[in-house]
Design a protein around this ligand. Structure first.
Ligand code: PLP
Length: 362
């Protein structure tokens, strides 16, 4: 392979598209005649303003973001959003959460610090191996929002139908599925995504928020940095933003547009995931950890059912040049994260390896 790069199945930080890395390399010493790298540039400079404006414009085109939504680039990664969401959106002090795995559990624990949290659906009874029916939830009238983790990175489940929120605001953590398929932004009040899963370098979240949810009247203890309105009013430049992440993410947005946009990404992701799922469904040694109808296209946990054998497979994949296939300790087994930037050849090579492993260990 060019550059001797490995097939990296990491859940995040994860692979980025090679053409994007090449562009970044080519611009790192002198960004387009500016005499400096983007890392060394004032965030108020013309060159960087252009980078940030283009990144936002390209993301808006890619997702078809309506004009009454703000796009914010906020530091603190994904985890800060667990607190920012309730701090900003809990007007009545009450929110409904759907519990589908590790990341929604974290969101629930954090939100409880700021108000009343009702868990209106959960798949904890089956070890988070499915998405509960959310067509008729018991949502109180004064609930401020309904929260989902749309793709559970660790457990490997994804919502393929959004919950019926009965008119309440829907908030979604899209971190590990952001830009993997078309998204009707108008279905949501707020979408957020930590970018190191499916877009760029770690340390930043993209927040897409409907304008009427921006609030002036936040509690006096809310730190200035934690107000969505402050970020919106200052076009994500209230303080020095994560310039490097904005620059890299902007390149990925442009790349995805050039590749044909999110419809094309969905086509590729479905085709790619099918290579692995079809193998798991036909294998006698391995099985997928999630109900087929709720499977993620991005994160594929699978097990042999025998801890020692799992460990042997992980070690064998590593020795064969496949990186980061060890499953999360809470699920065990293996997990292949196959985000936008993972080529289909990477999944095909992995499946060929697993087939051979299975044949040799009958
Ligand atoms: C990784 C991840 C997070 C946390 O992101 P950090 O940037 O590490 O704080 C939150 N939600 C989901 C779904 C994730 O995959």
């Amino acid at each position: 392979m060019k550059y001797d790069r490995s097939f990296n199945f990491s859940a995040g930080p994860a692979m980025m598209p090679e053409p994007v890395l090449e562009q970044i390399r080519d611009e790192v010493m002198n960004y387009r005649g500016s005499g400096m790298s983007v890392m060394e540039m004032s965030h108020r400079s013309k060159a960087f303003q252009q980078i940030a404006n283009d990144a936002e414009a390209d993301l808006r085109t890619l997702m078809g973001i309506p004009d009454n939504y703000k796009v914010l680039f906020i530091q603190g990664g994904g985890t800060l959003q667990f607190a920012m969401v309730p701090m900003n959106l809990m007007k009545n002090g009450k929110a409904c959460y759907i519990e589908t795995g590790t990341w929604s559990k974290k969101a629930i624990a954090e939100a409880k610090k700021y108000g009343e949290v009702q868990v209106v659906a959960s798949s904890a009874d089956q070890g988070f191996s499915y998405i509960p029916d959310c067509s008729d939830l018991n949502i109180p009238d004064d609930c401020d929002y309904v929260y989902i983790c749309e793709n559970e990175t660790i457990n490997g489940s994804a919502f393929h139908t959004l919950p019926n929120t009965k008119g309440h605001v829907l908030v979604s953590d899209q971190s590990s599925m952001f830009l993997s398929r078309p998204c009707n932004v108008a279905d949501y009040g707020l979408i957020w995504a930590g970018v190191q899963k499916n877009v760029g370098p770690a340390g930043m979240a993209v927040v897409i928020i409907r304008e009427d949810l921006l609030r002036e009247d936040l509690a006096s203890y809310v730190p200035t940095y934690m107000s969505y309105k402050v970020h919106a009013d200052n076009e994500s430049m209230y303080n020095t933003p994560n310039c490097w992440a904005i620059y890299c993410c902007g390149k990925v947005f442009r790349y995805l547009l050039d590749m044909g946009g999110l419809t094309e990404m969905q086509r590729r992701n479905e085709e790619k995931a099918a290579v692995l799922y079809d193998f798991l469904d036909s294998s006698k040694m391995f099985r997928g950890a999630v109900e087929p109808k709720d499977r993620s296209l991005m994160n594929v946990p699978f097990v042999t059912g025998d801890k020692d054998l799992d460990a042997e497979v992980v070690a064998a994949t590593k020795a064969a040049g496949f990186d980061n296939l060890k499953g999360h300790r809470s699920v065990g087994g293996l997990r292949a994260s196959i985000y936008n930037a993972m080529p289909k050849e990477g999944v095909e090579a992995l499946v060929a390896f697993l087939k051979k492993f299975e044949a040799e260990h009958k």
